[in-house]
Design a protein around this ligand. Structure first.
Ligand code: Z5A
Length: 214
């Protein structure tokens, strides 16, 4: 089985930038890998993603939202993640079930145990071997996301980017709490640092996980 590594964090925390750089590191070391993301990763997931992020989908209630993220995940795990792991590939995934715990649990206020059960069901018990949380003050993350949007001519804030500061603060605190509860799985990186320093830290954690395996 390959290693399952998830990248988590608030909006604009640099996950996408770092996952690409981590892929380059694995390539240099001839480690077969797959980069994927949630919600997405499958044709169904990409359709669900459009619904979930579309700002005009105002009417989605928290209960419907969690089920849509879960539907995208179950397809993703079955069609993409589990097969790749079975082939011995390392899977680098931008967001996974911890996102549901913090966004739909703490952010939307849905019951924690209910979401845990749902996560177990959708991921068929699959748990990341390593989860890296990219942590930084929400103001910096949101500023980065806005700046990226400004550079992309037609982009507009999605449903989550439109949430207030209190929502994003809960998300950040939620990740730090999860990391405290499972210190053996989580690593926290200060994501306010520059891209190269963060990448160095990510690579050291990747090195650690392969060393643990041998
Ligand atoms: N969601 C959920 O509610 N429940 C779930 O179960 C799941 C997801 C799975 C998906 O949004 C939304 O779905 C997400 C949670 C919710 N919404 N929120 N918030 P998404 O996939 O569209 O976006 P995201 O996951 O939130 O990530 P992002 O906004 O795309 O940001 P990022 O990937 O973490 O960061 P980035 O794209 O690498 O960097 C952002 C910008 O900052 C970019 O211009 C970079 O060049 C720049 N950057 C990156 N690193 C640095 C450093 N170190 N210094 C300076 N600038 C930097």
């Amino acid at each position: 089985m390959g290693q399952f590594i998830t990248f988590e964090g608030i909006e604009g925390s640099g996950k996408t930038t770092q996952i690409r750089m981590a892929g380059k590191y694995l390539k240099r070391h001839h480690i077969p890998f797959l980069i994927t993301s949630e919600p997405g990763g499958t044709p169904l997931g990409r359709k669900i993603r459009k619904i979930l992020l579309n700002r005009d989908s105002y009417g989605i209630c928290a209960e419907a939202e969690v089920l849509l993220f879960s539907a995208a995940r179950v397809q993703h795990v079955r069609d993409v993640i589990s097969p790749a792991l079975s082939e011995g590939k390392t899977v680098l995934c931008d967001r996974f079930s911890d996102s549901t715990l913090v966004y739909q649990g703490l952010g939307r206020g849905l019951d924690h145990d209910f979401i845990k059960g749902l996560n177990d069901f959708t991921s068929a018990g699959l748990k990341p071997d390593l989860t890296i949380v990219f942590d930084l003050p929400i103001e910096i993350g949101l500023r980065r996301a806005m700046e990226r949007m400004r550079l992309a001519v037609s982009a507009a804030p999605d449903r989550f980017e439109g949430e207030d500061l209190e929502f994003h603060r809960k998300i950040r605190e939620g990740y730090l709490l999860l990391a405290k509860q499972e210190p053996e799985r989580f690593r926290i990186i200060d994501s306010a640092k520059d891209v190269i320093s963060i990448n160095r830290e990510v690579c050291s954690y990747l090195k650690g996980i392969y060393a643990r395996k041998t």
